[in-house]
Design a protein. Structure first.
Length: 205
């Protein structure tokens, strides 16, 4: 019966190691996307598939194929929380596993209006927006696209219900801003944690 004891021990070790292995895997995919961004400016294969954030944040189905070549349009950096994350076109399940997703219908990055960007905040995937609640008004957010480096200044943090779409509006004319969106709390989320920032500086690359 010794083999049965070894089998049970092995099964126990694998059960404990699986969540960590999954987190490492998605962190690796996230890093590959950043490396792809640094080494290539080819934005010709941007995907346009979108889904509602409720479906993504609450979904327990993590079996879709993850591609490291899917529609990357930029990179978002917040030095205050040691965050550097790829931005992909479309807030789909696959995209949000390995980066942040630019929401359909919101303004393009760096343009007048409100560009909304969503990412997970959970223990399952890479770091992503886990530490977003640590960001404070006055902090800087950098967004790098194929042709520009954009610097935003955080103006406010808001906790809203998932049905509150007012956070996607921009009440000031001729102002470019971004809205970062994630779930709250980390597990069994009931609200959306929002960080808003206004464009302060543009640099041509």
């Amino acid at each position: 019966m010794r083999w049965l004891a070894y089998l049970l021990i092995f099964a126990g070790v694998m059960t404990m190691a699986y969540p960590k292995a999954k987190s490492v895997y998605f962190s690796y995919q996230e890093q590959r996307l950043l490396e792809d961004w640094e080494s290539s400016n080819d934005q010709s294969k941007i995907k346009q598939s979108y889904k509602q954030l409720d479906d993504i944040f609450l979904s327990q189905d993590h079996k879709e194929h993850v591609s490291s070549k899917t529609g990357i349009i930029g990179k978002l950096t917040i030095n205050q929380i040691q965050l550097s994350i790829p931005i992909l076109e479309g807030a789909t399940k696959n995209n949000l596993k390995v980066g942040a997703g630019h929401l359909s219908g919101t303004s393009p990055l760096g343009k007048t209006g409100n560009a909304a960007i969503a990412a997970h905040r959970s223990y399952t995937f890479g770091k992503q927006f886990n530490r977003l609640p640590e960001v404070r008004p006055g902090d800087s957010i950098q967004v790098e696209t194929a042709h520009q480096k954009l610097t935003y200044t955080v103006t406010e943090e808001i906790l809203v219900k998932p049905t509150d779409l007012s956070v996607l509006q921009n009440n000031k004319k001729n102002e470019a801003m971004i809205t970062l969106i994630t779930c709250h709390p980390m597990k069994n989320p009931t609200h959306r944690y929002i960080v808003k920032a206004v464009l302060k500086k543009e640099e041509v690359l």
